[in-house]
Design a binder for this molecule. Structure first.
Ligand code: SF4
Length: 353
């Protein structure tokens, strides 16, 4: 649910903002004038700007903190500003609100949804739980607040394996909604008592096993960073098992984990190319972390249309108008908080930039 706050701020750039045929805010370039305005408006609103690694480069660069879901959740929980402007998708802004209900949480375009979060509803989860009344529910953070409220522990791609390992081995687990991350967790934990929901991200599903294998065979010396939401995650691990590439070349990582690996590559003096299997916004941070190696997308078309709704114009309008504000019912926040709080306590998360 979203609403509009009454406090308005003026900007000379605001008159240029318009919505295109898809309702995306356009009309303002992410240049130096815009950047100065964003900083001024953020100060005036006592706002911290958070940006996910899949955002447009200019949004990543202007944010106070850029990172993966887990790292940004930790910032949202601890930051002292009274307003959080979340440049990401809707479930991420909702998670910030669950962790900091006393703060104003804004997302520059409430239509920035997520196909993965849409793949399970609260009612579907309630029905699934009824079939397995003794099971524990582990939900990926890419879920609505209503689903989180029915969850025992949330996880991100950074800590999904650690979260499942932290649960009693004899307990059945319902893992939702991402089938590819679920399969990865099952492989890494060796547990056979995990039931996995049949959901997926439409962007990562298009990074297939054939694409990953084809890229790796063309560049056998390249390292391979694979996000566990990818349709081809298991195929990537099979490449190492089959000896196509060495095991230490293949890494299944969250976006934050990819950055840490890139920085480690600098420390180790690595110079080989890196094939990157995730949303292409990630390449901006990787290239910033190490300008001496080439980071090559496995699927250059893998761009999330929801993340890209957060344009320079949308961020400017959000700060001027105080929109779109995240509002959640108190009972949903209270029910979801425990699951999200456990998530941020488990596992390591790479620092934000
Ligand atoms: S990349 Fe996929 S999982 Fe991430 S926000 Fe976009 S649709 Fe959702």
């Amino acid at each position: 649910m979203t609403a509009t706050t009454s406090a308005k701020l003026e900007s000379p750039l605001l008159a240029q903002v318009y919505q295109d045929e898809d309702g995306v805010y356009r009309g303002v370039e992410g240049n130096a004038e815009w950047a100065a305005e964003i900083r001024r408006l953020a100060d005036a609103r006592d706002a911290v700007i958070l940006a996910h690694n899949y955002e447009l480069p200019e949004i990543q660069d202007i944010a106070h903190h850029t990172g993966d879901s887990l790292a940004l959740s930790r910032v949202a929980a601890e930051d002292k500003h009274s307003t959080i402007v979340f440049c990401g998708v809707h479930f991420m802004a909702e998670t910030a609100k669950i962790l900091s209900p006393e703060k104003t949480v804004l997302i520059p375009d409430a239509k920035a949804g997520c196909s993965l979060a849409d793949s399970i509803t609260a009612q579907q989860l309630a029905d699934w739980k009824a079939q397995y009344p003794d099971a524990l529910v582990v939900s990926y953070v890419n879920t609505t607040a209503g689903v989180k409220a029915l969850t025992d522990v949330c996880c991100t791609s950074s800590n999904a394996v650690d979260v499942v390992k932290s649960l009693p081995a004899d307990k059945e687990i319902l893992f939702c909604p991402d089938k590819n991350l679920g399969a990865h967790v099952k492989r890494m934990t060796g547990r056979d008592n995990i039931h996995i929901w049949d959901g997926a991200c439409h962007v990562h599903e298009e990074i297939t096993g054939d694409m990953i294998a084809g890229s790796a065979k063309k560049q056998p010396n390249a390292d391979l960073y694979v996000h566990p939401e990818c349709g081809g995650t298991n195929a990537a691990l099979d490449l190492a098992d089959d000896g196509v590439v060495s095991a230490d070349q293949v890494k299944v990582l969250s976006t934050g984990g990819m950055l840490t690996a890139a920085e480690q590559g600098v420390a180790d003096g690595k110079k080989n190319d890196v094939l990157v299997a995730t949303e292409i916004g990630m390449l901006h941070q990787l290239q910033r972390a190490d300008s001496s190696r080439r980071f090559i997308p496995v699927n250059p078309e893998a761009s999330c249309p929801f993340m890209k709704r957060i344009t320079p114009a949308a961020l400017l309008k959000s700060l001027c108008d105080g929109t779109d504000e995240i509002e959640l019912e108190r009972d949903v926040i209270d029910a979801a908080f425990k699951a999200v709080d456990r998530m941020i306590a488990i596992g390591n998360s790479p620092a934000t930039r």
